[in-house]
Design a protein around this ligand. Structure first.
Ligand code: IYR
Length: 222
């Protein structure tokens, strides 16, 4: 069975070369101000802001336009506490034996440890699930394509939208993350991909001093 795609013209307004460069550089400056933040204010963020950010994330390209993701937005203190407790249990094991000496050394500049207070302090935790396959209403499985690539791109859109809204986040990956499927009661086709606390930064929030790699270190032009 095939469904025929319909097409419509795509005619965005065309920028001059100068305007294009100016817009690219302005966006570069804006994005360069984004930082991962680990200290959150408990100040509330309206649900409508989170909804908008999720819609932006879901505008990302995906394999065969399957949009193979679910964004679980948690503001319930009770659920956040459950997530923190389970994440800290796994992270304790990571920092006490599961992570290599080299990994611990690489992380030492960031001052991280197994304590994850931001999981209770941030007003929202967004748990991003990837959908390994889809389930039709009648229970049959349908295929998704390039799921990791698609969900990674959606996560990038999500992080950019958070920055645009004046909020901060942290791409947290407690490992293993399957406890999130249980805590949130997600179906078998959904696998946790990233956990993102979202909110305003704490007034005394600090970020590590770091440089970004130079263009010549990350690109080759042919
Ligand atoms: N998941 C652990 C360890 C960790 C890993 C990376 I890569 C970081 O950039 C920071 C931490 C944790 O969240 O503590």
């Amino acid at each position: 069975m095939s469904t025929k795609k319909q097409f419509k013209p795509y005619v965005p307004s065309r920028l001059s070369a100068d305007d294009s460069l100016a817009a690219a550089r302005a966006f570069e400056d804006f994005m360069d101000q984004r930082r991962s933040v680990r200290e959150f204010s408990s100040a509330p963020v309206e649900r409508s802001v989170i909804e908008s950010i999720i819609r932006t994330a879901s505008s990302a390209p995906s394999g065969a336009h399957k949009q193979p993701w679910t964004f679980c937005a948690v503001s319930s203190q009770e659920v956040k506490s459950k997530i923190r407790k389970a994440a800290e249990k796994e992270e304790y094991e990571n920092y006490h034996g599961r992570m290599s000496e080299e990994w611990l050394e690489d992380l030492s500049a960031f001052g991280t440890d197994w304590h994850k207070p931001f999981l209770e302090e941030a007003p929202w935790i967004i748990v991003l699930f990837k959908k390994a396959y889809d389930l039709s209403p009648d229970g049959t499985k349908t295929k998704n394509y390039y799921v990791n690539e698609s969900v990674g791109i959606a996560a990038g859109f999500f992080i950019s939208a958070i920055h645009k809204a004046g909020l901060v986040t942290l791409t947290h990956t407690p490992s293993p993350m399957n406890f999130l499927q249980k805590v949130l009661g997600r179906p078998a086709n959904e696998r946790p991909y990233l956990l993102l606390p979202v909110g305003y930064p704490a007034v005394d929030a600090e970020v590590p001093v770091l440089d970004r790699k130079k263009l010549e270190d990350i690109s080759v032009f042919y």
